[in-house]
Design a protein around this ligand. Sequence first.
Ligand SMILES: Cc1cc2nc3c(=O)[nH]c(=O)nc-3n(C[C@H](O)[C@H](O)[C@H](O)COP(=O)(O)OP(=O)(O)OC[C@H]3O[C@@H](n4cnc5c(N)ncnc54)[C@H](O)[C@@H]3O)c2cc1C
Length: 400
Amino acid sequence: MERPRVNAPAAHTPGPERRHWPAIVIGAGPAGAACAIRLAREGVHVLLLDRACFPREKACGGCLNARAIAQLDALGLTNPVARFGAPALTRLELVVRGHTHALPLGASVAVSRATLDAALVDIARGNGVRVLQGVRAGVGAMTEYGRAVRCEEAAGVRTLTADVVIVATGLSGRALPVDVCGPLVAKPGSRVGVAATIDAAYEPPPGVVRMCVARGGYVGLARQEGARLDIAGAVDPAFLRAHNGTPDAVRALLKEAGVPAPEGLDHARWRGVPHLTCRRAHAAAPGVFVAGDARGYVEPFTGEGVAWALDDAAALAPIALAAVREGWSAAHAHAWEACIRRRRGAKSLSALLARALRSPAAADALGAIVSRVPGVAGPVLRLAGRAPPRGHTPPEVSPA
Ligand SMILES: Cc1cc2nc3c(=O)[nH]c(=O)nc-3n(C[C@H](O)[C@H](O)[C@H](O)COP(=O)(O)OP(=O)(O)OC[C@H]3O[C@@H](n4cnc5c(N)ncnc54)[C@H](O)[C@@H]3O)c2cc1C
C-alpha cells in the first residue's frame, strides 16, 4: 500500500521546529508527562503536546496513594507534602447513612491536579522534552515518514510525523480516530465523574479524606494545598438528570449520607467526565501506543487513576523506546498488550470493591467491620490502593 505523503521530512532538523520526531506524546497528564520524561532520559527527542495550557484543572480528587508517590519520586518529584505544602492524608472517613467509620491512612497526600500536572510538565522540560501547550492534536494516517499527527493551534494547523506516537489523552480526549485502536466504550451502568474545588470554611480538616456514600453515587471531600476543598464524586447518570444540575445532585448525595453540604457549590466551576468505566479494544496500532485513562479506566472507590497512569508510563517507556530504536513492529504492540493483560488483576479488584460499595447498606456494614475488627483494615485498604503493599517501604511524605 502506498502511504500518503505529508510534509517533506526534516528528521535531522535540530531544535523545536523539526517536523519529524522520534516520539510525540499527546496529552501531558500524568501518563503522558511521565512517559515523555522516561523516554527523554533515555536520550529520545520527545515532543509533548497538550490542548490545555498549564497549570490547568482536571476533574480529580487529587488523592495520591503510596504507589503514585513512589512513581513520582522516581521521576524526580520528591515528597509532594513538603514540595507543595500539600496535606499528608492520615485518615479515611467513610460516611454512610449518618455513620462515620474512620480508618487510618498512611503515605497518601492530597494535591491539586493544577499543581501536580504543571510540576510534571516542568520536570519534562527539565529533561529536555519539547513541550507545546494549547495544541489540539489528532492521530493521522501512517506515512512514509511515520505516523502523522495533526496539530491545531492558534497559529493554524500543521502536520508532524513521528516514529512512535503515544496517546495519553485521558477519558475525554478525541485524538484517536475510531479505526485506530477502536473507540472508548462505556460499560453499562457506568457512573459519571464530577469535581470542583472551592474555598470553604468547612470540614473535613486537612489530612482527612471523607467519602460520603449514597444510593445515587458518592462524593469525596479532601483539603488540598492552600486548604482548598476538593469535591469529587461518581454519580449515576439518571440521578444527575433527576436533579437540577450538579450542585443539587451533590447536595442530595451528601444529605443522604448525613453530611452537611459546604456553601459555594452553586458558584463552583464544575468539571465532568463521562463514563468512568470504559475500555478501548486495543492499546496499540502501527506507530501508536495508548496509555493511561485513554486506553480505559475502571471507577475505583478511592481513586487510583494517577498511580495507574504513572504505572502505565513506567511499563510502556521501555517498549516505546525499543520501538523508537528498532523501528515499530507488531512485536512492540504485542508486548504492550501483553503487559496490560498481566497488570489487569489489580484494577479488577478495585472495580469489584467499588461495585460492592454501590450499596450504602454494604458500605455501612463493611465500614463497621473494617473500622472495628483489628487486622481487617490493612488488607481492605491495600485492596483499595490506599495502603502500600506488604513489605513495601512507603516514600517520605513529611513536612519540610
Ligand atoms: C471525579 C474523579 C475523581 C478522581 N479522583 C482521583 C483521586 O483522588 N486519585 C487518583 O489517583 N485518581 C483520581 N481520578 C482518576 C485520575 O484523575 C485519572 O485516572 C488520571 O488523571 C489519568 O491520567 P492520564 O494522564 O491518563 O489522563 P489525564 O490526566 O486526563 O490527562 C490527559 C491530558 O490530555 C490532554 N488532551 C486530551 N485530548 C487532547 C488532544 N486532542 N490534544 C492534546 N491534548 C489532549 C488533556 O488536556 C489532559 O491534559 C479521579 C477521576 C475522576 C473523574
